[in-house]
Design a protein around this ligand. Structure first.
Ligand SMILES: *[C@@H]1O[C@H](CO)[C@@H](O)[C@H](O)[C@H]1NC(C)=O
Ligand SMILES: *[C@@H]1O[C@H](CO)[C@@H](O)[C@H](O)[C@H]1NC(C)=O
Ligand SMILES: *[C@@H]1O[C@H](CO)[C@@H](O)[C@H](O)[C@H]1NC(C)=O
Ligand SMILES: *[C@@H]1O[C@H](CO)[C@@H](O)[C@H](O)[C@H]1NC(C)=O
Ligand SMILES: *[C@@H]1O[C@H](CO)[C@@H](O)[C@H](O)[C@H]1NC(C)=O
Ligand SMILES: *[C@@H]1O[C@H](CO)[C@@H](O)[C@H](O)[C@H]1NC(C)=O
Ligand SMILES: *[C@@H]1O[C@H](CO)[C@@H](O)[C@H](O)[C@H]1NC(C)=O
Length: 356
């Protein structure tokens, strides 16, 4: 054994170096901080920090970062199934959704006002990776990762969690467009939505009857614009309060039933039902490429089918724009037609086993 032979020299030298560092640091800090503190106490009034830095929680920070000057933002909810590629996929719903903001007309800048609400870790990580505005919505004891089969118990739970979250956003005074991620944004919706502030809610429909005030519409909660005020907060409160009284119904049907039951008149709401000429979907296509603003993959059952058919929508849109870029055609009334939604039509025929 060699230990006893070792000279004590290096250890003592180290001790002295350590001691001098400690000494130096204590002198440095006393010479710097103490005069600064006493300067503050004698020369300045201490700022009223409680009033200036009102505690901002994570949600408030996310909302204020994403919103426009008029406290308006765009909200979409994302889970793993929409954010992540399975082995055989080469795109995701999220990618298509963002592509539409790039390919759309006057939609690029809206990306900054989009808040993605992630319901699981993968979705959140991917959102951060893409440098979008992200918020992580925690939910106890529920796994929202996979594709939720239409109307399964977890599907319904996820929907209600979303409603509660949106109620909270309204309570904080933010107006928002809620959009499902299977909605392609081909034009800026704000230019087609009514600017009249007396209109509390503007909601998309599966099939438009021709009358924007007709309360018998089949609403679609996959796209709507809502202003924050007492009446809309009361509506969402009432909607959410039906959660445990509506077994087997998804939240959209519950809202539909509330409207059929006269909640609009009761709360004094003004609700505009949106024309599918602008805010369209697979249930009822927009008849005019020159007017179409959003396309929702509604009337469809599986993610794969939606992705397949929404790709066709973007392809149609690019073709239309290419065509319109030739000046001599710019005036034509040539009728562009949407490609058939074969994936979605099949999704109903093949029954309910929809693995993504
Ligand atoms: C500091 O803020 C509180 C709460 O907003 C307020 O009551 C108090 O008057 C303020 N004090 C000063 C000195 O501004
Ligand atoms: C908020 O401001 C944006 C940008 O100026 C505008 O496009 C949008 O219509 C406004 N929203 C509302 C609800 O007024
Ligand atoms: C908004 O709608 C209300 C009620 O329909 C109407 O009285 C008002 O004139 C409208 N305001 C604007 C700016 O169009
Ligand atoms: C709406 O809220 C305001 C205060 O923000 C309150 O004075 C008013 O009574 C409320 N109206 C309704 C119908 O609840
Ligand atoms: C829940 O359902 C029961 C029976 O259908 C009904 O009597 C009750 O009013 C409902 N509650 C609410 C809050 O709507
Ligand atoms: C487009 O149509 C307008 C009127 O409909 C006409 O005045 C104009 O000359 C047309 N332009 C082209 C390039 O055909
Ligand atoms: C799915 O379809 C099968 C028959 O094809 C049926 O027995 C089952 O009840 C369906 N499940 C759901 C959730 O619709």
């Amino acid at each position: 054994m060699d230990y006893p032979k070792q000279s004590p020299g290096p250890n003592i030298a180290f001790f002295f170096i350590f001691l001098s560092i400690v000494l130096y640091l204590s002198i440095w800090s006393s010479s710097l901080t103490n005069p600064f503190r006493s300067f503050l106490q004698t020369q300045c009034t201490i700022p009223n920090t409680t009033a200036i830095d009102a505690p901002v929680d994570e949600l408030e920070a996310a909302l204020s970062k994403a919103s426009m000057a008029n406290k308006t933002l765009i909200i979409a909810v994302i889970n793993k199934a929409y954010a992540n590629q399975e082995i055989r996929d080469d795109t995701t719903m999220l990618d298509l959704f963002l592509d539409s903001f790039w390919l759309g007309e006057d939609t690029k800048a809206l990306r900054d006002h989009l808040l993605l609400v992630a319901v699981d870790r993968t979705a959140y990580d991917r959102c951060r990776f893409l440098k979008l505005n992200c918020y992580k919505l925690e939910t106890d004891g529920v796994d929202f990762k996979g594709e939720k089969l239409y109307m399964s118990e977890d599907f319904i739970k996820m929907m209600w969690r979303r409603t509660l979250f949106l109620l909270e956003v309204l309570k904080r005074g933010y107006n928002f467009i809620f959009t499902d991620m299977d909605v392609m944004w081909l034009r800026n919706p704000f230019s087609k939505l009514s600017k009249n502030e007396t209109e509390d809610l503007q909601i998309s429909t599966d099939v438009f009857s021709g009358d924007p005030w007709d309360e018998k519409h089949w609403i679609n909660t996959g796209f709507y614009f809502i202003r924050s005020n007492n009446k809309t907060i009361a509506l969402f409160d009432k909607w959410y309060s039906m959660k445990d009284n509506s077994t087997g119904q998804k939240e959209q049907d519950v809202l539909l039933n509330l409207m059929r039951g006269g909640v609009i008149g009761e709360l004094g709401l003004k609700v505009r039902f949106l024309d599918t000429l602008y805010f369209s979907g697979f249930c009822q296509e927009s008849k005019d490429f020159k007017a179409v603003t959003t396309v929702h993959a509604n009337c469809c059952r599986s993610i794969n089918a939606k992705v397949h058919d929404l790709r066709a929508v973007l392809r149609d849109w690019k073709k239309f724009n290419k065509f319109m870029s030739y000046k001599r055609f710019a005036n034509t009334t040539m009728n562009f037609r949407w490609t058939g939604h074969f994936g979605c039509w099949d999704s109903w025929r093949k029954g309910n086993q929809t693995k993504s």
